[in-house]
Design a binder for this molecule. Sequence first.
Ligand SMILES: [Zn+2]
Length: 367
Amino acid sequence: MYTVPKLDDYSPAALDRAVAELFSALDAETAALHSESDWKEFRDRWMARKNGVLTQVNDTWLKAAPKEAKRDVGQRVNELKARAEAAIEAAHEKIHASSAGARLERERLDITLPGIRRPIGVKHPVLRVQDEIVSVFKAMGYSVGEGPEVETDYYNFESLNFPPNHPARDTQDTLFIAGQERKPARERLLLRTHTSPVQIRSMEKLAPPLRIVIPGKVHRNDPLDATHSPVFHQVEGLAVDTNITFSDLKGTLDHAMKALFGSSVKTRFYPSFFPFTEPSADMQVSCIFCGGKGCRKCKFSGWIELLGCGMVDPNVFGFVKHNGYDSSKISGFAFGMGVERIAILKYEVEEIQLFYEGDVRFLEQFA
Ligand SMILES: [Zn+2]
């Protein structure tokens, strides 16, 4: 670092040498500046009023000069000051320009790079199958009904002909809302175990004839395994009119299964029990994998059990107070199917959990 030497010789040649030395020191120091803080340090070292290089030059050269040399020294000191000021200003500009350049470089945007592709979402396979089932029935003139997922005991059980303490309630492990012990049993809230309560709600609103499908989410206290989930989806159907018979039920469901699985699929009906239908049946379809010959998927029976159905129990109509649901004049059928069950068959999915895990690798297969 440059320090101001004392001068013994004040001849013009000696003065020129001293000044040249100082200039080259100034040039060397400005060349070594890289940052704003370097520059500030440099500026202060040269310009500080107290003990800056220029002050030192003034004190050691000009003040100490003999009278006859003062004019000569003074001229050179002024020149020096002007040059130092110019160098300091130029150095500042240079640092600014290069730091702005560095920032631009850092923030450089390559507009020729390909953009980030946003994958287009698709319908979830469960929703897709649910919509497909609904559209099959819509094409047969059914309308679509919806109802609350948090339901009262009355709509979920009682009005569907599940008497209090009836053992049929035990087949649907129910999730009740906590803290309702003081309410009368029929007002207690629960997560609906089926979409059937919407049957009653729909009949309360609409007079017969009625044809309605009810898709939606239902809940049961089932542990999660390959084919069961505590949350799943159902499509429930209800048709009420004069002279509706079991043949209408069979014909309707047979047509729907052919629409869903292909025209070669066959259906058959087995006696079953549900509190809200009489008679009740389980419907089976011919195995969609082997065509009925027998395979591992149908346990070599050639048939797969798919849904429950039956003729609406007259007691259920008795719970609808208005709107003319008089069981001596009208009749109807109802059915309910699990959407996941059908999706599992349609897409040959091994585990029901795959529908709820949100794993993109699974879901994008349906894109
Ligand atoms: Zn089979």
